[in-house]
Design a protein around this ligand. Structure first.
Ligand code: ADP
Ligand code: ASP
Ligand code: MG
Length: 403
């Protein structure tokens, strides 16, 4: 007998039929003699629908009330899944994040899990029930308010709960067969990976591979919880995300991310302290700066370009304009039509020349590179948004090919 955490994403819960199918899968696991904890996302695209409803009411919705609203999505799923499991004569009980003891920071919209006191979940398992927990949400012991964990946060709930309950298995059921060599919706020749290391998955997730939320992978790393990403539509084996894999290919996968924007502060006087003068106020405003490029200075002035999440772009422009004024820069430019393309593989540590190969492939496809950044196992390039498909397909064909 094992303790299994099974997380189901929105598409897998999109309507009554799919909810019944999810319930049936849970019941099969339960009837095979396992303790089962189910983590659910909101149905279909209902989180998006709630966000757009809120922005119809208020241009900038109040963060506390936004979280009150969004947590309702997962609450609907958890109750319906519990009902569907009960309809199969298996006892089931649903819990909100707060009832499940998921304690978070008070940062609305991007709260972090601090601790999990899953007494009620444990109790219900001891009573032979299936426990269903609303993903993506918790409660702050400081503010006493409900919080959400950021988009895709149910993945984090699942892995953190698996760690806290010392589960034997954490399964992430989704609308694709596993983790692919590239987003299968963009690259039709992408193939499912049998396994991927935590380290690679974290880089892929941080580079836009939305199949797992980065924070869920961090929990996997911290508590060494292998994660099985698999399809909710059939029983086939998915992808194991774990500490070590049999093979260590140079390139494991390619990710793209169109959710960043590029800012350029131009005509900046080139003198010591200028970079600090630009980026300290960004950090104080809580703006996450990703890539940075400073151009060669000419006649004592230079340009500094950097990327930020598109959602923070307008705020970043306001901060940058203020700084430009203070340091005597000429102006600020915003460019939202960019994509970051990343190639990731742990084998890169032992292989030189991958960056040069990547640049060559992009140039042969007529794709211009605007910015570059690297880590030991990743190379990322900023390209025009319109070049995304060509860039990802060319890199996939040359670096990974068809398996
Ligand atoms: P869920 O609602 O189940 O959490 P998500 O939409 O959050 O599902 O994540 C699954 C989606 O992630 C897939 O439909 C796919 O388009 C996207 N995706 C992006 N990169 C990858 C990748 N490398 N492998 C698999 N899916 C990916
Ligand atoms: N429903 C939330 C979202 O759409 C959480 C999740 O799906 O994991 O972001
Ligand atoms: Mg998701």
């Amino acid at each position: 007998m094992a303790l299994v955490v099974q997380k189901f994403g929105g598409t897998s819960l999109a309507d009554a039929d799919r909810i019944r199918r999810v319930a049936h899968r849970v019941v099969e696991t339960y009837r095979a003699g396992n303790d089962v904890v189910v983590v659910v996302s909101a149905m279909g695209k209902s989180t998006d629908a709630l966000i757009s409803l809120a922005t119809e009411i208020a241009e900038v919705p109040h963060p506390r009330e936004m979280d009150m609203l969004l947590t309702a999505g997962e609450r609907i799923s958890m109750a319906l899944v519990a009902m569907a499991i009960r309809a199969e004569d298996v006892p089931a009980v649903s819990f909100t994040g707060s009832q499940a003891g998921i304690l978070t920071t008070a940062d609305h919209g991007r709260a972090e899990i601090l601790d999990i006191r899953a007494f009620r979940v444990r109790e219900s398992l001891d009573e032979g029930k299936v426990a269903i927990v609303a993903g993506f949400q918790g409660v702050s012991p400081d503010s006493k308010d409900v919080t959400t964990l950021g988009r895709g946060g149910s993945d984090a709930t699942a892995v953190a709960l698996a760690a806290s309950l010392e589960a034997d298995l954490c399964e992430i059921y989704t609308d694709v067969d596993g983790v692919f060599t590239a987003d299968p919706r963009v690259v039709p020749t992408a193939v499912k990976l049998d396994e991927v290391t935590f380290e690679e998955m974290l880089e892929l997730a941080n580079s836009g591979a939305g199949v797992l939320m980065p924070r869920s992978v961090e929990f996997g790393i911290r508590y060494n919880i292998p994660i099985h990403v698999r399809s909710s539509f059939h029983g086939g084996e998915g992808t194991w995300v774990k500490e070590e894999t049999m093979e260590e290919p140079v390139i494991r996968g390619i990710a793209h991310d169109d959710s960043e924007a590029k800012l350029t502060v131009y005509g900046v006087p080139d003198q010591p302290g200028i970079a600090a003068a630009v980026f300290e106020p960004m950090a104080s405003a809580g703006i996450n700066v990703d890539m940075i490029v400073q151009n060669v200075s000419s006649r004592g002035v230079t340009d500094i370009s950097f990327t930020v999440p598109a959602a923070s772009a307008l705020e970043a422009v306001a901060v940058a304009e203020r700084i430009a004024d203070e340091i005597g820069a000429v102006g600020v430019d915003l460019d939202t039509d960019i994509t970051k393309i990343s190639v990731v593989g742990a084998g890169m540590k032992a292989e030189s020349g991958v960056a040069a190969t990547m640049f060559r492939i992009l140039s042969e496809s007529g794709v211009n590179i605007e910015m570059i950044s690297t880590s030991t196992i990743r190379i990322s390039c900023i390209v025009r948004g319109d070049d995304t498909q060509a860039a990802v397909e060319a890199l996939h064909a040359s670096l990974i090919g068809e398996k």
